[in-house]
Design a protein around this ligand. Structure first.
Ligand code: ZN
Length: 301
């Protein structure tokens, strides 16, 4: 073989190798992790499109559980005879809106309950500390903000435990309450929450329907339904929540409704003898001796 031919073959081989290398580079580049700001942006875009169970659906699910005799560690509403409601904020902390919501609550001297997402809490631990320092209750809203009824069952406990660990690292003690994203729960998520020391908290009122500008009639209807024992679902990370909150609190104050945290709701539901309704609470007291706590919460509704 001539030198010229050999050199030619070598050149062809090198060119082919180079081309195939380039082709591999082009076809399968290693995906770069998006910058933190971009990841968080994606999180909030997904969170604002989150689908929530309606209060009616949650109520119907509760009724089915009671018919089947299922006893979950769960609070669907507070005591109907104590003139207080619980404001609850899901999904935070948010780098911009959480501080604004905290400022509004401080202005009106109102305490609330925040269901924070573990990975968000780790990004903004100072905001979680600010919630606790202002007397608010901080609860668990899973670590990755996932629908617990559509992930593999082996991952459910992890979601509660990782978020518990994040909150414990930031505040020094674990949360007592949790809320499944979207209100989607089943027997597995309930059992995993209870093993993680958590009571699952749902809601009775969702003013989200009137977060669309101009829906004033819906606003009046939804606000009118909020009453003693209501647990109100609100979203952190939405400027509409910041906009709505002062008028919501003023509406509650005009109607003589106080704002309680979930800890205060929980305390009142467990209270054996209440000045508000002695006979009913004697019934709760008997249940308390015989059966798990969730029955007390159900009977109060
Ligand atoms: Zn959520």
């Amino acid at each position: 073989m001539s030198v010229v031919l050999r050199t030619g073959m070598l050149v062809i081989l090198l060119v082919m190798t180079g081309l195939s290398g380039m082709a591999v580079d082009r076809v399968a580049p290693l995906p770069a992790e998006p910058p933190a700001a971009q990841r968080l942006q994606g999180f909030w875009e997904r969170a604002l499109q989150e689908e929530y169970c309606t209060p009616e659906a949650l109520h119907a699910q509760d009724a089915r559980e009671q018919r089947k005799g299922l006893r979950y560690r769960k609070i669907l509403r507070g005591h109907r005879r104590i003139p207080a409601v619980a404001l609850t904020f899901d999904n935070g902390p948010h780098p911009e809106y959480t501080a604004q919501i905290l400022a509004i609550l401080r202005k009106y001297d109102v305490r609330a309950t925040w269901f924070v997402v573990g990975e968000q809490a780790e990004q903004y631990p100072e905001l979680v500390r600010a919630m606790a320092q202002a007397g608010h209750v901080v609860g668990n809203h899973t670590y990755h903000h996932v629908n617990l009824t559509s992930i593999p069952s082996g991952e459910i406990a992890n979601e509660w435990c990782l978020c518990n660990q994040s909150i414990t690292r930031i505040l020094g003690s674990p949360p007592r309450y949790c809320r499944p994203p979207g209100g989607a729960y089943d027997v597995l998520s309930m059992a995993a929450a209870a093993s993680a020391g958590l009571t699952t908290v749902l809601w009775t009122d969702d003013p989200g329907d009137f977060l669309t500008p101009g829906a004033l009639q819906v606003e009046e209807t939804v606000l009118g339904q909020i009453d003693a024992g209501s647990i109100v679902l609100l979203r952190d990370g939405s400027w509409r929540t910041v906009q709505l909150l002062p008028s919501l609190i003023e509406h509650l104050q005009r109607r003589g409704l106080l704002c309680y945290t979930l800890e205060e709701f929980d305390r009142d539901l467990r209270m054996p003898f209440s000045p508000y309704d002695r006979s009913l609470d004697q019934l709760h007291f008997c249940d308390h001796l015989l059966q798990p706590f969730d029955v007390i919460a159900s009977r109060a509704s």
